[in-house]
Design a protein around this ligand. Structure first.
Ligand SMILES: Nc1ncnc2c1ncn2[C@@H]1O[C@H](COP(=O)(O)OP(=O)(O)O)[C@@H](O)[C@H]1O
Ligand SMILES: [Mg+2]
Length: 230
């Protein structure tokens, strides 16, 4: 579904990504985990076509990939429906009205369609954000720290929704620094540290790699990074 090969990116002397490769299949949920500054946002924004890699390639054009950035570029003084309509036009959806209706229904926002975005709770704002990423019905969706601003109930609803998409065949890649969330909601994790992909596999395999008994995933993750010198 998405194949990224040897992506590298520098910011001045800083190497934000060092030859990171990632393959994501249809119906797969992949978490990118790693400390702050590891390169998670850089990787996702390159996959989304928002940033350019210095080298390496992505198999799928950005128009075919939905993107939910951490900072939503929503217009607070416009209503939910107006925001969706605006983005549907920007994305050149064939049928703007139908795309807006579909996303309002799917994300449970129909009742709030006429409300200004600035009046919404963080959870509902995030729904609008996700709805925008899905307007063009992409087969792959990228989300940068999607649950950071959500409370536990909102988080659960977000994951229920995303799992539904994955069951329908959508490929989802998301970043988080919440390791437990990756363990719960990912088939596979990519661990980034200082711009380098240091592990890819299931959370369970990472625990086995570390080998220490009685460690939960978070402890195993920290121990894994420590042994790798991070
Ligand atoms: N626009 C930028 N200009 C300069 N440095 C940047 C820029 N964006 C990211 N970086 C640097 O690249 C590294 C990776 O950042 P980022 O991808 O945002 O990490 P993460 O999302 O994992 O926290 C960090 O050291 C960060 O300071
Ligand atoms: Mg980030």
């Amino acid at each position: 579904m998405i194949e990224a090969s040897a992506l590298s990116k520098r910011f001045g002397a800083r190497r934000a990504l060092r030859e990171v490769s990632l393959t994501v299949h249809a119906g797969e949920l992949v978490a990118i985990i790693g400390p702050n500054g590891a390169g998670k946002t850089t990787l996702l924004s390159i996959l989304a076509g928002e940033a350019r890699a210095d080298s390496g390639g992505v198999s799928r054009p950005p128009e075919e990939i939905g993107w939910v950035p951490q900072q939503a570029a929503l217009y607070g003084r416009l209503t939910v429906a107006e925001n969706l309509r605006l983005f549907a036009r920007l994305e050149r959806c064939d049928d703007v009205a139908a795309a807006v209706e579909r996303m309002l229904a799917q994300t449970g926002l129909a009742e709030r369609a006429g409300d200004r975005v600035e009046t919404l709770s963080g959870g509902n704002r995030q729904r609008v954000n996700v709805a925008i990423g899905l307007l063009s019905e992409p087969e792959a969706l990228l989300l940068d720290e999607p649950s950071t601003a959500l409370d536990p109930g909102q988080r659960e609803r977000l994951w229920e929704f995303l799992r539904g998409r994955v069951d329908g065949g959508t490929a989802i890649v998301y970043s988080t620094h919440n390791v437990q969330e990756a363990e719960r909601h990912a088939h596979r994790v990519l661990v980034l540290a200082d711009g380098e992909a240091v592990y890819t596999g299931s959370p369970r395999e990472l625990e086995q790699t570390v080998g220490a008994s009685g460690l939960d995933f978070e402890a195993a993750f920290v121990e894994f990074l420590r042994r790798r010198g991070h």
